[in-house]
Design a protein around this ligand. Structure first.
Ligand SMILES: [Zn+2]
Length: 262
C-alpha cells in the first residue's frame, strides 16, 4: 500500500471523481490520503472529509499565499481541531514568493503563529516553500528547534537544496514533477535523499505525473511517483512502497494511532 501524503481531494476540480477516488482507497495500490489545507474554507472541508472516511486524514493550516487570511477566528478554528483524531498535521504552511513578495512580513507572521500551534499540540508540519528557500533556510536557523517534525512537500529544487533540508533533519516529499522530462534537477535531488527520508504525494488535482501530465491528478497516480523513485534510486518498487509508507506512518504518527486502534 502507498500513501498519498498530500492530495487536495476536496478540490472542486475533483468533485465528480471523489466517489471513485474514495472507493479506490479500499482496493487500489494507494490506501490512505492526507488532505492538507490552505485556507479556513479548505481546513473546514478537509476536516469534514477526513471525519467521513476512515482512509482519509487531514492537515489544517493557512498557505502563505493566503497569509492575509490569518486572524483570531482562523487560529481558534485550527487550535480547537488540533486534538481531533483525524487531524494529523499542521499544513500546508510556509513561504511562497512566486506571485507575491510584498507581503513577506505577513507570511512570516502566519508561519510563526502556526508553528506555535504545531508545537503546542505536538503535531508535525507540512511546509510549502516556493521560490523562497533562501529565507526558509535563514528562518530555520532560529526556528528549527521550535517544532519536532517537518516535511518539505512538493519538493522543487536541486540536490544541493535537498541536502540543506536534510541537514535540518526534515523530510522531503516528491510529486509527479520528478517524472517531467525537463526536471533533471529534481531527479538529481531524489538520488541524494536517503529513502528513509522520502514520502510520496500527488498534490492532486495539480501536477499529474507522466503519462498523465496536463490532466487532472488523482491519488492513484502516486504509483507513478513511486515508480520513478524506484527507477532513479534503483530500489525495487515494492521496497519503495513499503519504506515510504512506513515513513508516512512514522511522520504522521496520529494516522498510525488511528489505524492501530481498529
Ligand atoms: Zn498542496
Amino acid at each position: 500500500m502507498l500513501i498519498d501524503t498530500h492530495s487536495h481531494i476536496n478540490s472542486e476540480k475533483l468533485k465528480d471523481e471523489l466517489p471513485s477516488i474514495l472507493d479506490n482507497l479500499n482496493t487500489g495500490v494507494v490506501g490512505r490520503v492526507i488532505c492538507p489545507s490552505y485556507s479556513l474554507d479548505s481546513s473546514q472541508s478537509s476536516l469534514k472529509l477526513a471525519l467521513s472516511n476512515d482512509k482519509v486524514f487531514c492537515a489544517l493550516g493557512i498557505h502563505p499565499e493566503n497569509a492575509s487570511e490569518w486572524n483570531d477566528e482562523v487560529k481558534d478554528f485550527i487550535e480547537e481541531n488540533c486534538i481531533n483524531l483525524k487531524n494529523v498535521a499542521i499544513g500546508e504552511i510556509g513561504l511562497d514568493y512566486h506571485y507575491n513578495t510584498d507581503n513577506k512580513e505577513m507570511q512570516f507572521k502566519c508561519l510563526n503563529e502556526q508553528i506555535e500551534i504545531a508545537s503546542k499540540y505536538d503535531l508535525p508540519v507540512i511546509f510549502h516553500v516556493r521560490d523562497a528557500f533562501e529565507d526558509f533556510f535563514e528562518w530555520l536557523k532560529t526556528n528549527r528547534q521550535k517544532f519536532k517534525k517537518g516535511v518539505v512537500h512538493c519538493f522543487e529544487g536541486n540536490a544541493e537544496i535537498a541536502q540543506k533540508i536534510l541537514d535540518y533533519d526534515l523530510n522531503i516529499s516528491f510529486t509527479g514533477l520528478i517524472t517531467f522530462k525537463p526536471r533533471q534537477d529534481i531527479r538529481e535531488a531524489v538520488a541524494v535523499v536517503p529513502i528513509q527520508k522520502i514520502m510520496v504525494e500527488t498534490d492532486a488535482p495539480y501536477l499529474a505525473p507522466e503519462p498523465f501530465r496536463g490532466k487532472v491528478n488523482r491519488p492513484e497516480y502516486t504509483e507513478f511517483v513511486a515508480r520513478k523513485i524506484s527507477e532513479i534510486k534503483n530500489i525495487e518498487f515494492e521496497d519503495v512502497e513499503k519504506i515510504t509508507t512506513q515513513n508516512a506512518y512514522n511522520f504522521f504518527n496520529k494516522m498510525r494511532e488511528f489505524d492501530d486502534r481498529k
